[in-house]
Design a protein. Structure first.
Length: 228
């Protein structure tokens, strides 16, 4: 499935996030929380991650050929996948070549916990990917234990404010303070921000008043299968 990321004021689509689902033969449609941990324990996450990236690039290529492509497509990378897939950089290049796409079409979403544990080798390969044009975002910013370290040690393109904080906007003063502080940090570092989980017009309007330009969530569009 794919969920749009939009410019709040205009509604213009500025990206898509690829979200994996499993149509289980007996349990029906399963969300990532129902099966990702199993794939991580068994090591199947590497094959699943490669498939998701390949399918995302296939879809982006289709949209490009149809003239309706979003600027980028975001793909989540789990901590386990990042640690065990030593050939990720090579495989990523092969998939891009297969679908004739530039690296700048793809945005990798990594959580703070992933970035906190990166080795020097991983940091070098992330920098190689970034220099090739690939975009990197921190998913669920503010939910980890090392937000400032992540910004200091890694050159990223985007922060995503976690839904748990957006849920409390604008009524919860603590969530408002965290959201405002995150936006301020992003401005200082010259980084874009996307607010996750926006579900109401009130939330969207308040985010705009705080200077947040981009968001995703049910208010703008639910995740849905692509037509191509």
């Amino acid at each position: 499935d794919y969920q749009p990321q939009v410019e709040i004021i205009s509604g213009r689509i500025v990206g898509m996030e690829a979200l994996v689902r499993w149509n289980h033969p007996t349990r029906g449609r399963l969300m990532p929380a129902d099966f990702i941990s199993v794939t991580e324990r068994t090591g199947a996450i590497k094959a699943l991650g490669r498939w998701v990236l390949d399918q995302s690039c296939r879809q982006m290529k289709y949209w490009r050929d149809e003239g309706i492509a979003p600027p980028t497509i975001a793909v989540n990378i789990s901590a386990t996948q990042f640690k065990i897939d030593q050939e990720f950089e090579k495989e990523f290049a092969e998939i891009l070549a297969k679908w004739d796409l530039p690296a700048s079409d793809i945005e990798l979403e990594l959580t703070e916990s992933v970035l906190l544990e990166v080795t020097l080798e991983h940091r070098v390969f992330l920098e190689h990917l970034r220099q090739s044009g690939l975009r990197i975002s921190i998913d669920g910013f503010g939910t980890g234990y090392s937000s400032l370290d992540c910004l200091r040690n890694h050159q990223v393109n985007r922060l995503k404010i976690a839904k748990k904080f957006i849920d409390g906007v604008p009524s919860n003063s603590g969530d408002v303070a965290i959201t405002r502080a995150t936006l301020g940090l992003a401005r200082e570092f010259g980084i874009d921000v996307v607010a996750e989980g926006v579900e109401t017009a009130e939330q969207a309007a308040f985010l705009v008043s705080l200077g947040c330009k981009y968001a995703q969530g049910y208010y703008f569009g639910r995740a849905a299968p692509a037509d191509g």
